[in-house]
Write a protein that binds this ligand. Structure first.
Ligand code: XLS
Ligand code: NI
Ligand code: NI
Length: 437
């Protein structure tokens, strides 16, 4: 069998003292943390679009990525070959899951039926590769943003013909995801938003988006697809204002359109930051609503300020993410999908490995640090103490829902000023975190 990455062998765990750049120093798939293996905690996924299709272009220059296996054509054979390259990559890097868009894995051809047929043919090859390797599909999705027909939106387009095309694409992408045993299906509304309100009927667009997602729920039942639906928030880019701008906006939309029972959120680190939040904020908002489903693991660049989709490298960030995940009890259907691309300068196939190995190691460190912080217990204890006033007396009465403003007034009138409050100890707790990082 010919190898597409002849210079890279299967990545092994060599421990923290290893100097081998293509070895794990911290990610040891079988090692148990809090009674579960690292691979079960982290459920890593690789993004087909970035690994196999991203040419690494930027606004000032074309792609640099070396893809010697790719003949650049729109043929089904070329697409199937790419799938084989991808599965060799998954095998060598030790990632169990992957995610794709319909148009990453298969070409968009002259008509919808030709595109569907190509997608089916590539799905056959993906299924064969999955069966051979044991790799699994974390989630599938439809690309409803690249083609010019979607320039003004897909499920929020002013034009019903475009809406229908988007519906057809989602129907097919869900069917293929189901056929491949996908554990989830993601909706990312790349063009669902607006550039200017001056030409936009926002209420109508949102109502139509709600209808679209209800149709997807209906089709899911008909298909017998039991995977989890996700919505992925992002505040801007490509549109100026995207409807799914952050966790809170998504949750509000899902509640308003009676869809909350059917969806969870797929939170992407860099998108949360673009929304003006930390990723832990958006994760916490989703988790508090019982709707944290999956994570698109990447990082942004504070000095650039767009969706740079970099690989995660900060142990501090991954520790905070893992603290939230462990507190939630871990993923069920979701995982940590590296929705990240190499820099334009990292154009060699080998760089794909360096990028993912680093991302996996930094999450393993975050997992170990978070578990150690939880075992130490002082952070949780501090927070529990800080809010302990709510556990009895006045606090418990308020939280029990039986207090009125008149009672609060009576309490405040009958008691002295709350006085000097205990310190929030932010710096002490930040130091505690750093003790484990
Ligand atoms: C783009 C999004 C996209 C989704 C899938 O910014 O992150 O890659 O994850 O459509
Ligand atoms: Ni994403
Ligand atoms: Ni992104």
């Amino acid at each position: 069998m010919s190898e597409f990455f002849p210079n890279v062998s299967k990545i092994q765990y060599e421990g923290p003292d290893s100097k081998n750049p293509l070895a794990f120093k911290h990610y040891n798939a079988e090692e148990e943390v809090e009674g579960k293996s690292m691979s079960d905690h982290l459920r890593f996924g690789a993004a087909y679009w970035h690994c196999m299709r991203n040419p690494l272009a930027d606004p000032f220059g074309g792609g640099t990525a070396q893809m010697p296996w790719d003949d650049g054509s729109d043929s089904v054979e070329n697409a199937q070959k790419r799938a084989r390259v991808f599965f060799e990559f998954l095998d060598k890097v030790g990632i169990d899951y992957y995610c794709f868009h319909d148009r990453d894995v298969a070409p968009e051809l002259a008509t919808l039926s030709e595109s569907n047929a190509a997608l089916d043919a590539v799905a056959d090859e993906l299924l064969r590769l999955q069966n051979e390797s044991g790799k699994k599909l974390l989630w599938g999705t439809a690309c409803l943003f690249a083609h010019e027909r979607y320039a003004m939106g897909a499920a929020t387009s002013p034009y019903p013909e475009v809406y229908a095309y988007a519906g057809a694409q989602v129907k097919k992408a869900m069917e293929v995801t189901h056929r491949l045993g996908g554990e989830g299906y993601t909706f990312w509304g790349g063009r669902e938003g607006y550039g200017s309100l001056i030409n936009t009927d926002m209420k109508r667009e949102l109502d139509n988006l709600g209808r679209f997602l209800h149709m997807a729920v209906q089709w899911k039942k008909e298909l017998g697809f039991e995977g989890q639906f996700y919505i992925e928030p992002k505040p801007k880019e490509p549109t100026k204002h995207q409807y799914d701008s952050d966790s809170a906006a998504c949750l509000n939309f899902l509640r308003e359109y009676d869809l909350l029972d059917h969806f969870k959120l797929n939170i992407e680190t860099n998108h949360a930051i673009l929304a003006g939040h930390t990723v832990e904020h958006d994760l916490d908002v989703a988790a508090s609503a019982g709707a944290l489903g999956s994570i698109d693991a990447n990082a942004g660049d504070e000095l650039l300020g767009w969706d740079t989709d970099q690989f995660p490298t900060s142990v501090y960030d991954t520790t905070k993410i893992m603290l939230i995940l462990l507190k939630m009890g871990g993923f069920t259907t979701g995982g940590l999908n590296f929705d990240a691309k190499r820099r334009r300068e990292s154009h060699e196939p080998e760089d794909l490995f360096h990028a993912h190995v680093g991302g996996m190691d930094v999450f393993a460190r975050g997992l170990k640090a978070a578990a150690a912080i939880r075992a130490d217990g002082r952070l949780d204890e501090f927070i529990a103490n800080r809010y302990s006033g709510w556990d009895s007396g006045l606090g418990a009465k308020i939280e029990g829902g039986d207090a009125s403003l008149a009672e609060l007034e009576a309490h405040a009138l009958g008691n002295a000023e709350p006085g000097v409050l205990p310190s929030g100890r932010q710096e002490m707790l930040e130091n505690l975190l750093n003790d484990y990082i």
